[in-house]
Design a protein around this ligand. Structure first.
Ligand code: GAP
Length: 483
């Protein structure tokens, strides 16, 4: 499956490794012309899910920030992985990954304990069997500088969007008219100098995040719309590795998911993944072990996907970050970030819903790929497909080419993303559109010139219907079953 996805992706401009001309660099991928369209549609669907669906505000902040931000957040001291290099071949390893591969647990263990396990279990370099050198903490942030000479200051590329949202809290509080709760979405690039990224879009050094920070009153962490998600059934693994197959309502009632607000946002994430075409049967919900959680969180749950190619993939993390971040920024900046509501002064708590975009993008490719005897295609839902349709003239003569161009222009003028294809047989043109998941093909033939109608062919069923020029854009934007 991975080979098919990568072959189509490279050939058709969905994704491909960056910097290929210069030999490539692990952990960087380009979104090509088709992939960029799909990615933007995923981001837009997410925007609709949260800005429209949850009344979130949206912000966009710089990707580079001064050191103070990351000292306050704890990332300068704690955003680390334990690593070691092979003494023989020099290969660098993330110890956690080596432990997972060897069937060992490494969460939260101190370097001295990890060193003992490496010795006890005889963990060596998987490549050349050389012994591992000194274990040390490796900070994953990319460091750089802002400005020259005496103005030069240390800075970091952000490893998460969250902090850049928090530091503008005062402004956001004003915009939200000093009422809790309110959510703030930020979609943008984040950077982590991962030790050895070898899993395509799953582990990148520059990646896309869409993180929502819900600022809440700690005494009122409610979820008033819980009934909208309570019937979602999902396989759940709690922090003691106990398995449950429950609806979210049952999971909350039985205390498996203690906080309703976390259960609610897990349900909203599952709804979003279904909307963009991920196979719901492959989604799971997993609580972090106590010694696995990030330093800022009191409870974290991940929605994961069981990938055929990469095993379990974390798609989104839902964390109770308490008042950790706002308190830390208050302390280091010297500015009081508490709020005063009816005489009660407190620092708001944050429930964070932290999506990556690249991992769901890959899981969508995997979920939507269909390989049949005579064709290979992606069943992308219309709202994330790269183009709504491809327009074909049956032949490129007798005025059909001009008429097809006219139809394409008309659809484009209505704001639709539309392809045009006049080369090769109609069968070849269907195959080209199917291969990048275009939901409809519109053919202009000799009858079109007489009665102003066209044929629409739907990608998945291959059903065809005849519609008039005037009805075309309406039909393309309504479900095919209503044609
Ligand atoms: N602000 C919290 C935070 O950053 P995280 O679990 O480290 O939490 C959130 O990251 C999401 O970002 C993940 O669920 C994943 O989808 C995505 N992500 C994290 N590191 C990534 C990487 N190296 N490559 C691609 N996506 C990544």
């Amino acid at each position: 499956m991975l080979d098919t996805i990568l072959d189509i992706s490279k050939r058709r401009g969905i994704i491909y490794p960056s910097f290929e001309l210069y030999g490539g660099v692990a952990g960087f991928y380009d979104y090509g012309p088709v992939g960029s369209r799909i990615k933007k549609n995923i981001e837009d669907a997410l925007r609709r899910h949260y800005v429209i669906g949850e009344d979130c505000l949206e912000v966009e902040c710089p990707t580079l920030s001064p050191e103070d931000v990351w000292v306050a957040s704890g990332h300068v001291t704690s955003f680390t992985d334990v690593m070691a290099e092979c003494e023989k071949c020099g290969e660098p390893y993330k110890i956690e990954q080596l432990f997972i591969d060897a069937g060992e647990q490494a969460y939260g263990a101190k370097i001295s304990d990890l060193k003992d396990i490496v010795e006890e279990k005889g963990i060596v370099c998987p490549k050349c069997k050389g012994s591992l050198g000194k274990l040390y903490d490796y900070n994953m942030m990319f460091q750089t500088f802002i400005g020259p000479g005496k103005y030069k200051t240390t800075a970091y590329l952000r490893p998460e969007t969250a902090q850049t949202t928090y530091i503008a809290f005062r402004r956001l509080w004003e915009v939200a008219r000093k009422k809790l709760p309110f959510g703030v979405l930020q979609i943008g690039h984040s950077f982590r100098n991962e030790i050895s990224p070898r899993q395509g879009l799953v582990r990148l050094r520059e990646f896309n995040q869409a993180e929502i920070q819900f600022f809440m009153d700690p005494e009122d962490k409610t979820a008033p719309k819980f009934s909208e998600v309570e019937r979602i059934k999902i396989q759940i693994t709690d922090k003691k590795d106990r398995e449950h197959d429950l609806t979210l309502k049952e999971a909350h009632k039985k205390g498996v998911i203690k906080d309703k607000v976390i259960a609610y946002h897990s349900g909203r994430a599952v709804q979003f993944f279904k909307k963009i075409g991920l196979n719901p049967g492959k989604l799971r919900l997993r609580q972090h072990h106590d010694d696995e959680r990030s330093f800022y969180s009191s409870d974290t749950w991940d929605v994961e996907f069981e990938s055929e190619s990469y095993g379990t993939i974390e798609l989104v993390g839902i964390a109770d970050r308490t008042d950790y971040d706002l308190s830390a920024h208050s302390k280091i900046s010297g500015e009081d970030l508490s709020v005063n509501i009816e005489g009660r002064k407190f620092i708001p708590h944050v429930i964070e819903v932290a999506y990556g975009i690249d991992r769901p993008f890959y899981c969508m490719l995997e979920s939507c790929l269909k390989v049949e005897d005579k064709r290979t295609y992606f069943t992308f839902p219309r709202q994330v497909a790269p183009y709504i349709c491809s327009v074909f003239p049956l032949v490129s003569k007798d005025g059909l080419l001009d008429k097809a161009r006219e139809i394409q222009l008309k659809l484009k003028s209505q704001g639709l993303f539309v392809l045009f294809d006049s080369s090769g047989s109609i069968g070849r043109r269907y195959a080209r559109a199917d291969e990048i998941g275009v939901p409809y093909c519109v053919t202009i033939d000799y009858d079109s010139l007489k009665d102003e109608t066209v044929t629409i062919r739907e990608r998945d069923s291959k059903n065809q219907v005849r519609v008039s020029f005037d009805e075309l854009s309406l039909k393309l934007s309504s479900p095919f079953s209503s044609l």
